[in-house]
Design a protein around this ligand. Structure first.
Ligand SMILES: Nc1ncnc2c1ncn2[C@@H]1O[C@H](COP(=O)(O)OP(=O)(O)OP(=O)(O)O)[C@@H](O)[C@H]1O
Ligand SMILES: Nc1nc2c(ncn2[C@@H]2O[C@H](COP(=O)(O)O)[C@@H](O)[C@H]2O)c(=O)[nH]1
Length: 221
């Protein structure tokens, strides 16, 4: 039997049974494309919510407060650290970044999935603290030359900032083996499909199926 394309595509994020949400981490060296992939995932997947980080870095052209980051002063960031308001935080490129705790715990219990755009330090801390809720994906550029080209063509950073990001790229890449999945972002469409495949499969893991015990009990009773 041939299924109509619409039937095959029918909302893969909507679960048949209640399930616990997951924490979907995307990391990469700066410029490899995680923001691009993240925006497309959020646009196409109704069950995925962005975990918006707090940062002390200045806002870039085109960025929107509370959509891209909560932009904050260093003193306020420190106060949040002291209040234990972050699930993780780290210093990256001389600025501070942190993942606010608020709303994530309750969201996971409701079955919401959260997307995190964090560096390797954030991925490591979240994996240690949130264990089985975490699915981590590391994106690699097809080459170092292409990574630099993407940073230049993006047109958001001065040459000295780009040099700093390139200098850090090798260190970031050296942490590839701390992730559950590694995907090369060469062709954007192919990379996006692979990331979607990971997300859809991870949602189906037995450990997330909070409704499975009752459901299977009824099936066999
Ligand atoms: N597969 C691809 N092929 C060509 N260009 C790409 C591809 N993926 C992303 N880009 C482009 O590369 C640039 C960097 O992408 P993006 O801003 O998503 O990177 P990032 O990893 O989020 O960087 P940062 O960590 O600095 O925020 C953007 O201009 C984006 O349009
Ligand atoms: N550990 C954390 N890293 C974060 C967080 N939010 C963003 N990031 C990472 O910082 C760099 C630079 O980001 P940019 O937007 O300034 O280019 C990048 O690797 C992000 O993944 C966070 O909350 N925690």
């Amino acid at each position: 039997m041939q299924l109509a394309p619409t039937a095959m595509m029918a909302n893969p994020s909507k679960p048949f049974l209640p399930r616990r949400g997951l924490m979907f981490i995307l990391s990469s060296p700066s410029g490899a494309g995680k923001t691009t992939i993240a925006r497309r995932l959020l646009a196409e997947d109704a069950n995925l919510r962005m975990s918006v980080s707090v940062t002390t870095r200045p806002m870039r052209d085109g960025e929107v407060e509370s959509r891209d980051y909560y932009f904050t002063a260093q003193d306020d960031f420190r106060a949040m650290v002291d209040d234990d308001a972050f699930m993780e935080w780290a210093q990256v490129f001389g600025n501070f970044y942190g993942t606010p705790r608020a709303s994530i715990k309750a969201g996971l219990e409701r079955g919401d999935d959260f997307l995190f755009d964090v560096d390797w330090q954030g991925a490591q801390q979240l994996s240690q603290r949130a264990g089985a809720d975490v699915v981590s994906v590391f994106l690699l550029p097809p080459s170092i030359e292409e990574l630099e080209r993407r940073l230049r063509d993006r047109g958001t950073d001065d040459p000295d900032v780009i040099a700093g990001r390139m200098a850090r790229a090798r260190d970031e890449i050296s942490h590839w083996d701390g992730y559950d999945y590694v995907v090369v972002n060469d062709d954007l469409g192919t990379c996006f499909e692979r990331v979607c495949t990971i997300l859809h499969a991870e949602r189906l893991r037995r450990i997330r199926g909070t409704g499975l015990v009752d459901f299977t009990r009824k099936l066999i009773s």
